[in-house]
Write a protein that binds this ligand. Structure first.
Ligand SMILES: Cc1cc2nc3c(=O)[nH]c(=O)nc-3n(C[C@H](O)[C@H](O)[C@H](O)COP(=O)(O)OP(=O)(O)OC[C@H]3O[C@@H](n4cnc5c(N)ncnc54)[C@H](O)[C@@H]3O)c2cc1C
Length: 373
């Protein structure tokens, strides 16, 4: 094959695919809506798993670069009740099974590993149509067009490529995560820093929780997790930082102040992340010349797997294309069959994890989940 593979979306899925193709000598072009790599902070720490994220980075030839960005000690986790009492404390055992890295660092090592010009920034896909056979025409926000022989939608939850394959639309799961940050926590908020500990902290009750992660540099990154209808979220003016913090904190009346400080003392405005999902067993019939990876294919509630799965999809698809240069339809069929089975199982697990975190038995259900009880 000579025409470059066309990838839409420079998230972790699309970039891993581009890199694995490059390792196999196959050119790719990635069209990304954001104007540059620095346009949006890639906040958040991800644990990279032995069974999907790590093998994907190995296929990308980036294991050494990945090892260099690990946040040592960050894999510790603890579960608290709403009074701040520690119910489970699991230190980072350092066995390397789930090392933590910053999403931005991971994206950077992938970007640095690609030939210059692979990622076309500021190219927002607005429409795509079939030209017959395996060919498609992409139209971008600047009215430019590109014709492809092999198109991969790695453009996340609201994929513009997905309608070529499926009518499915993400639905609101009923959960909203409100994101906050505390900076210089060890100096400015020592009780809160102590409560969070060295890694991840989950303070949970039925229907709500405060979950924080210690990031490098004394940063505490929090997701306030709430089971609430969409109109509850819509009624909060998140552009008014003080009012939004007060409104979200009001949901935690009576909780330990070192926990609610993760909301009330946040350095910037809280950001709501309404959690959407595609149907658990989302799949489609083969359409020549196009496929999906990552959230575009299998958006599911956060379970610590989404970014890992996106990278794994990218690596597996890259390997399948490299193994079948003369029969790309066979490569896409192989990729899709394996991805459908994998993501259906992971989506079921994701619902179980959400239930363990915020269901009627929280926080004890999460302790059972961690301890196999
Ligand atoms: C609150 C929250 C916490 C999470 N925590 C974790 C975690 O701890 N661990 C984990 O593994 N996963 C986690 N996830 C899931 C994870 O973030 C996603 O599954 C993962 O980012 C999917 O990667 P992707 O490459 O498929 O898509 P994305 O990361 O969404 O990347 C898609 C890219 O496509 C671009 N794009 C979109 N539309 C267009 C367009 N029209 N034209 C061009 N480009 C476009 C976007 O700008 C973006 O760069 C979390 C998710 C949420 C919401």
């Amino acid at each position: 094959m000579t025409a470059p593979v066309t990838i839409v979306g420079a998230g972790l899925g699309g970039l891993t695919l581009a890199r694995v193709l490059h390792v196999h000598g196959i050119p790719a072009t990635v069209y990304e809506a954001e104007p540059s790599a620095e346009a949006r902070t890639q906040g958040g720490q991800l644990d990279i798993h032995e069974n999907n994220g790590q093998p994907a980075l190995e296929a990308a030839g980036l294991t050494e670069e990945f090892r260099a960005i690990i946040h040592v000690g960050g894999a510790a986790s603890r579960v608290l009740d709403q009074h701040g009492k520690v119910l489970l404390d699991e230190p980072d055992d350092g066995d390397g099974g789930r090392p933590e890295v910053l999403r931005g660092d991971l994206r950077r090592i992938l970007l640095d590993s690609l030939p210059a010009g692979t990622v076309q920034w500021g190219r927002k896909l607005t429409g795509v149509r079939s030209l017959g056979g395996t060919r498609h025409e992409l139209t971008f926000a600047d009215d430019s067009t590109v014709t492809t022989e092999l198109l991969v939608g790695a453009d996340g939850a609201w994929s513009k490529v997905r309608p070529l394959l499926s009518d499915a639309q993400p639905w609101y799961s009923g959960y909203t995560f409100v994101e906050t940050y505390l900076h210089d926590a060890d100096e400015r908020h020592p009780a809160t820093a102590e409560a969070v500990g060295a890694g991840a902290m989950y303070a949970l009750a039925p229907g709500k929780g405060i979950c924080a992660h210690r990031e490098a540099g004394g940063i505490l990154h929090t997701y306030v997790e709430l089971h609430r209808p969409a109109d509850w979220v819509a009624a909060i003016d998140f552009t008014d930082a003080a009012a939004a913090k007060a409104r979200v904190a009001a949901e935690f009346d009576g909780w330990a102040p070192e926990l609610t400080a993760l909301i009330t003392e946040a350095g910037s405005a809280p950001v709501p992340r309404m959690i959407h999902a595609l149907p658990d067993a989302h799949r489609w019939d083969r359409v020549p010349g196009v496929t999906l990876i990552g959230d575009a294919a299998h958006l599911m509630p956060p379970s610590g797997e989404g970014a890992n799965l996106a990278m794994f999809d990218g690596a597996e698809l890259g390997k399948a294309i490299a193994a079948n240069p003369g029969d790309l339809e066979a490569a896409l069929a192989t990729h899709e069959a394996a991805m459908f089975a994998r993501s259906a199982a992971e989506a079921a697990d994701a619902h179980e994890i959400l239930e363990a975190c915020l269901g009627d038995r929280a926080p004890f259900s999460l302790i059972d989940f961690f301890t196999g009880g």
